[in-house]
Design a binder for this molecule. Sequence first.
Ligand SMILES: O=C(O)CCC(=O)C(=O)O
Ligand SMILES: [Fe+2]
Length: 356
Amino acid sequence: MIVPILDLSQAFDKEARSELILQLRDALLSVGFFYVTNVPIDDHPGLLQSLTSQATEFFALPSESKSRLSMANSPHFLGYSGFASEITANARDLREHIELATELPAPPKSTLTKEDEVWRNLEGPNQWPEPEQIPQFRPVVERYISETSKFARWFISLVAEALSLDPSAFDAFFKPNQQCKMKLVKYPESGAHPDGVHGCGAHRDSNFLTYLYQATPHVSLQIQDRLNSGAWVDVPPIPDTLVVAVGQTLEYITKGVCTATVHRVLAPEPGIGDRLSVPFFQTIDAACVASSLEIPEELLRLRDARTERGEKIGFQFAADGSKPVGWTVLLNRIKSHRDVAQRWYPELLAYVLAQV
Ligand SMILES: O=C(O)CCC(=O)C(=O)O
Ligand SMILES: [Fe+2]
């Protein structure tokens, strides 16, 4: 399985655009993972460099400064998650990270206890480190979120075109100040934990599309080749590219035409330095009640011709159309961050743990 490289400058070139659209269609349908280069963001390589510097400075802060931003303080699952506190595929991830999002106000407190509103707490304010300690952190992260959100919004129209849909086909799933999320992640080279195996266990992203920046040269990210042997295939970093991953939301909305691929991150071996990465998650309006689009027959036929082998790691909590998408997302967050859930959603945690 080859992870294709798409040159986005072709989108602005009359002759080359149709070739790009065909490559994108194939990438969405057959691999679900691809690189994009020439990302149309002003001085994108410079922005990535600044982000790497800020991530490096952040992780070097004293551990008390990071713990003050603990995700457990936040019913919105935003903030710092210490080494091996997150759980994927029932094992601890050998990484630490800070989760940040489009800065939005918290919903009214009353939503915390109302089952049909509780998912609104996915939105809320970030926990920022002290500017005295790391002055450029907030401006750089906010710029990254704002620029990447704009780019990701534009990219949706290319996805629509690649699927022979109207350019506005996905508009109903996004609101004007749509929340996007990101993580700054550090995989320490000598990280070990009795309940952990990988840097990040095998999973499929649950959002719409993910834009991943691999900030260090480690060859650690892998996807599972489900169409063939089920083998793990490296997705090595390529300078000045982002890796785009189809999430389960896009897969669901397109009736399985776009494929969300299982991936994992190997922990760096001792001696090769810490790995840094920055996944950026484009999410849909949590208030949407799951629905799918009219998909051209020709694409449904291509979907049906695809034979999949290997393990299908799916939503533990599938969107069933009876509740807003945010409900499913919240249950998945609870499953991954049990310390946050224990503090803010103890009853839902008990419900989730009874199913895993
Ligand atoms: O760190 C990476 O390269 C990927 C992380 C990832 O897959 C995730 O956080 O969903
Ligand atoms: Fe992922």
